[in-house]
Design a protein around this ligand. Structure first.
Ligand code: F6R
Length: 366
């Protein structure tokens, strides 16, 4: 049942090329230059007339929401707010009929996310769901939606759900960008053809596995770990840290790299591993100077970079390369080695990777 893998988590990490492909299959028609998604096509006016999009989710799905915020604002020029479902539902939020709420949930059963949907519906918002489990409560409660086609996710730590959520939300953003006329067809086509390359590039990112395992051995006994990224890689840093803490029980924090000097830099000494996501597109020089700041305080640097990088390689203790892609699609690749890193560290520490202590696959109580 684990298909030759030791754990469901590793199997599911390796399923990502296929899961992403399954998620855009039949939707992304690059040759025709269209994206077909019934749940959006039938409700295009709702999206186009929206004052803003509010995204609600919990945990890893919330991180996918953060990536989506950057993509929606950058590509479709629609204002987006991303909220923890638990905070949104209890803080008397301003929601009107002109808002669109997108709820993201792998299980489709998360209690807080479900409650946030009900609240938004009461206030007249149009509610769109991005779920993995077909027929789940959230899928039924929303006005429309688009499923991720990740297949069953058994490991408690979410992996392929995250990358397929980002895939669906990217398709949605691209559709809206096209419909709004923000994109000309050349640019649209560039995105569609690059999206088609993503499964093969994820496959290549998975080839880092033996190297990541070696790095895991070096840091498996660290009590702490910091994850830094900017732009599209900021949510990836949060997600990398969450993966490490939930399955290896190592304390980890993700930060936007520039926030380091507002506090966390005080933590850095020769015992602190810092994972920095430093891909070539988007604030590269800025992140290089963040890396220099870490190095001058003797922090250990594990860098995720774009293939062929030279500058970071000179500074970092370890370098993990992922293929180049469009900036907006970067998280689909940079997240892969971070999933592998947490997996190997957890295994080396003897942790129950698929069923970490105190955690449940779906959180049906608040
Ligand atoms: C982390 C993880 C959780 C879930 C969260 C939301 O690996 O799995 O943080 O992402 O509980 O669950 P869903 O997406 O089912 O609503």
């Amino acid at each position: 049942e684990k298909g030759g893998f030791d754990h469901f988590m590793l199997k599911e990490i390796y399923e990502q090329p296929r899961a992403i492909l399954d998620t855009y299959r039949g939707r992304l028609l690059a040759k025709e230059g269209i994206i077909r998604m019934a749940g959006i096509d039938q409700n295009m006016e709702k999206f186009l007339n929206a004052n803003r999009i509010i995204i609600v989710a919990c945990g890893t799905s919330w991180h996918a929401g953060l990536v989506a915020e950057y993509i929606f604002e950058d590509l479709a020029r629609i204002p987006v707010e991303v909220e923890y479902a638990s905070e949104f539902r209890y803080r008397n939020p301003v929601v009107t009929e002109n808002d669109v709420l997108i709820a993201i949930s792998q299980s489709g059963e998360t209690a807080d996310t479900l409650a946030a949907i009900k609240l938004a519906k009461e206030k007249g918002a149009f509610v769109f769901g991005v779920c993995n489990v077909v027929g789940s409560s959230i899928a039924r409660e929303t006005d429309a939606g688009a499923y991720t086609h990740a297949g069953p996710e058994i490991g408690v730590a979410s992996t392929k759900a995250f990358t397929t959520q980002i895939t669906v939300l990217t398709l949605l953003a691209l559709k809206l960008a096209k419909a709004k006329g923000v994109f000309n067809s050349t640019r649209f086509h560039e995105y569609l053809t690059e999206l088609e390359q993503i499964p093969a590039k994820v496959e290549r990112a998975l080839l880092t596995n033996p190297l990541v395992e070696i790095i895991a051995k070096v840091y498996k006994d660290s009590p702490n770990c910091l994850y830094l990224g900017r732009g599209y890689n900021f949510p990836v840093a949060l997600e990398g840290a969450l993966k490490l803490k939930e399955i290896s029980y190592i304390h980890a924090e993700g930060y936007p790299a520039a926030e380091m000097k507002h506090g966390p830099i005080a933590l850095i000494d020769e015992h602190m591993p810092v994972v920095v996501i430093a891909t070539s597109k988007g604030h590269y020089e800025k992140i290089v100077s963040n890396i220099q700041e870490i190095k001058s305080r003797k922090g250990k640097i594990i860098a995720v970079v774009t293939e062929g990088d030279v500058q970071v390689r000179e500074l970092a203790d370890h370098v993990i390369e992922v293929p180049e892609t469009l900036e907006n699609l970067t998280p689909l690749l940079t997240t892969i080695p971070l999933q592998l890193l947490s997996y190997h560290i957890a295994v080396m520490r003897g942790c129950n990777v698929d069923q970490p202590r105190n955690l449940a696959k779906s959180v049906t109580v608040e």
